[in-house]
Write a protein that binds this ligand. Sequence first.
Ligand code: NAD
Ligand code: APR
Length: 236
Amino acid sequence: MSDIRNIVVLTGAGISAESGIDTFRDSGGLWEQHRVEDVATPEGFSRDPDLVHRFYDARREAVQQVEPNPAHEALALLDKRWDGDLLIVTQNVDDLHERAGASRVLHMHGELLSALCARCDARHRWSEPLFGRPECPGCGEAALRPDVVWFGEMPYEMERIYDALRRADMFVSIGTSGAVYPAAGFVRDAREFGARTLELNLERGEGSYWFHESRQGRASKLVPEWVGEVLGGMPS
Ligand code: NAD
Ligand code: APR
């Protein structure tokens, strides 16, 4: 580990599962209960904004009732202690990384606790329902939408992510099925740029064969173990 200086961590729904948040593709997951086309596409939102608002309002409320788990806490510890580059790229729209104390976090699929005005493009911290169409505090129009990236939309901060992947010596993917691009392609990119790659997931994800190493188990166990290895090898 002593040759590692720059780390990129990718997280997905699996890291928040033990906090009580539903994943998408596991049995009983969100995409078994809802049609993606209805609630997670721009077309679905134009067709039935009330349905989409109700879906995200429920998720926003649920997220505010749960707590970070030992996997989030271990990454927050790494964030505090690691003196090389670190970027935690999350596909999650919850705020559990931040509530555990991590600050080097980038939400490539947006955030539930943010609202985006489709009229003036302003973003606002938002913890209340969007059902009922509240006015945008910036322009006054009732044009707020959840600040989440839907299928068919461009994920956020791709340039910063690829800059970090290019420099990374280590890429770690945690709790993601590897089903959704571009995040699912990061392992291949990081590997081609020269990073060592590690998967930490309950089961092997779709692109598991791209990783140098894959460990199966609960994130609350695997992540603290890995962070211990990395910090244990840090030059004092
Ligand atoms: P998508 O194309 O809707 O989302 C990816 C978005 O990222 C696109 O808008 C694309 O323009 C953008 N993008 C891609 N590469 C980029 C880059 N390098 N820089 C910036 N932006 C980039 O998602 P998709 O491709 O339709 O779906 C991805 C996977 O998810 C597929 O395997 C699909 O089968 C799966 N999927 C699953 C469900 C489901 O769970 N039921 C629904 C839809 C899609
Ligand atoms: N510990 C570790 N891994 C877990 C745990 C756990 N306790 N529980 C579940 N997992 C794993 C599952 O085995 C699965 O491989 O987490 C993964 C979750 O995969 P998905 O539900 O597909 O979630 P994710 O990969 O984050 O989805 C990506 O899809 O619909 C979009 O925008 C949405 O950001 C999301 C993206």
